[in-house]
Ligand binder design. Structure first.
Ligand SMILES: NC(=O)C1=CN([C@@H]2O[C@H](COP(=O)(O)OP(=O)(O)OC[C@H]3O[C@@H](n4cnc5c(N)ncnc54)[C@H](O)[C@@H]3O)[C@@H](O)[C@H]2O)C=CC1
Ligand SMILES: O=C(O)CCC(=O)C(=O)O
Length: 381
């Protein structure tokens, strides 16, 4: 469900929500878009959340469909759940509550005092936690764990400058995953699901993990291999596995604690993600500007002229030359222009004075006739 605050971003006078089979844009959460043919009418898909493995990005890019996410919108929610799960993994909180609930008689307080000896836990302070992935979630988890008095070892070979800045200097970073696994009492994984990250924690890695370690996966199914986890739990190598991703394999196991994908499920995060996704989408639909895309470059230009022409095209040489030649031949004067690329895709925005509808139609056809052009839009200010 998308929070109403997000839907409110679209004024009723200009936008129709959920009223067509051929939408211009999709605003989604965890829906599996791999199973949905979303067609070329869809200009953009905004994912209220971080992970985009539910969207076929290659298909979207080749259709000229811009995919957005909402970086960091639910990172605090995940961090807080991780703190809770660390505590739950280390103190018998649930079993002691269940036991205390069942007590009865006049001397309940005496019984609790006598029985509490059965519920001794251990402390997080002084233990070592390995944080794999130091992005929006991982960097916050690292800081929170450090504040709890834990020794933190981070691992992220691809960390962004922004996240590296957020990380305090007293959090050392390991060069190798094996170093983190060998020395951590707790290992928590905060990375995206990609082909490269599939089974990142599998049998070989679990052989390297410190004996009796506790593993947390609040990232995605498939990053931690479930069969390898079961084997490591059975052998005693792993003490506990805590995850947001259920599986038939985990039913009835006391050493696995499953939450139902609730890492980002707080009112605050849902509102923040929905608003952010909706604002990004509206910006793209109305101005062509692209921010927070996972398959397109960031492209922003003030929309001052009367008309904006946007082109999505393949990232090959001389595209700008071919596009501007067409405009010059049609005697269209360019006020402002920007061109950016990302991998195989490029995006060009051209601002100009107003053009008659007939001339504009003709121009669109001419631009679309360039074989490498995927999509042309014209936007009036
Ligand atoms: N359980 C839940 O409800 C939620 C789950 N997530 C999951 O957590 C993931 C991370 O979220 P954010 O921190 O917001 O994303 P992010 O994009 O800010 O950070 C991901 C970090 O992982 C690093 N990374 C990628 N591959 C790696 C590897 N093999 N080893 C070490 N580091 C690697 C990247 O360099 C990046 O710094 C998301 O992709 C999503 O799948 C995110 C939010 C809620
Ligand atoms: O709560 C959601 O919609 C999903 C959160 C999540 O998994 C993410 O942001 O990647």
């Amino acid at each position: 469900m998308i929070a109403q605050e997000g839907l409110n971003v679209f004024p009723k006078e200009t936008y129709k929500l959920n009223e067509t089979d051929k939408p211009d844009a999709l605003l989604i959460r965890s829906q599996d878009m791999h199973k949905t043919h979303f067609g070329t009418s869809v200009l953009a898909i905004a994912r209220a959340g971080a992970g985009v493995n539910n969207i076929p990005l290659i298909e979207a890019s080749s259709n000229g469909t811009v995919v957005f996410n909402t970086p960091g919108s639910n990172a605090n929610a995940v961090k807080e759940l991780i703190v809770a799960m660390l505590l739950i993994s280390t103190r018998p909180i649930f079993s002691s509550i269940t036991w205390a609930k069942k007590l009865n008689g006049a001397d309940v307080s005496l019984q609790t005092e006598k029985g509490k000896n059965h519920f001794a836990g251990t402390e997080l302070k002084g233990k070592t936690i390995g944080v794999i992935g130091l992005g929006a979630v991982g960097s916050r988890v690292a800081r929170a764990a450090s504040d709890l008095g834990m020794h933190v070892i981070g691992y992220d070979p691809y960390i962004s400058v922004e996240h590296a800045w957020r990380l305090s200097n007293d959090i050392p970073r390991a060069g190798e995953l094996a170093d983190v696994l060998r020395s951590s009492d707790y290992v928590t994984v905060h990375i995206p699901y990609t082909e490269e990250n599939k089974d990142l924690i599998s049998e070989e890695e679990l052989q390297q993990i410190k004996k009796g370690a506790i593993l947390l996966n609040y990232s995605r199914w498939g990053i931690v291999n479930e069969n390898a986890v079961i084997k490591a739990l059975d052998s005693g190598k792993l003490k506990k596995y805590l995850t947001d991703f259920s599986s038939n394999k985990f039913i009835d196991r006391d050493d696995v604690i499953v939450t139902p994908h609730i890492g980002g499920t707080t009112i605050e995060a849902e509102v923040c993600g929905a608003k952010m996704a909706a604002q990004t989408l509206r910006k793209y639909l109305e101005t062509g500007n692209i921010v927070n895309s996972v398959n397109f470059p960031t492209v922003e230009m003030d929309f001052i002229s009367e008309l904006r022409i946007t082109l999505i095209h393949q990232n090959v040489p001389n595209m700008v030359g071919r596009i501007t030649t067409i405009l010059a031949n049609d005697e269209i004067n360019i006020d402002n222009m920007i061109n950016r690329s990302r991998d195989k895709i490029a995006y060009t925005m051209i601002d100009t004075a107003a053009i008659s509808e007939d001339k504009l139609d003709e121009l669109r056809q001419e631009l679309l006739a360039i074989p490498e052009v995927i999509r042309v839009r014209t936007l009036n200010k």
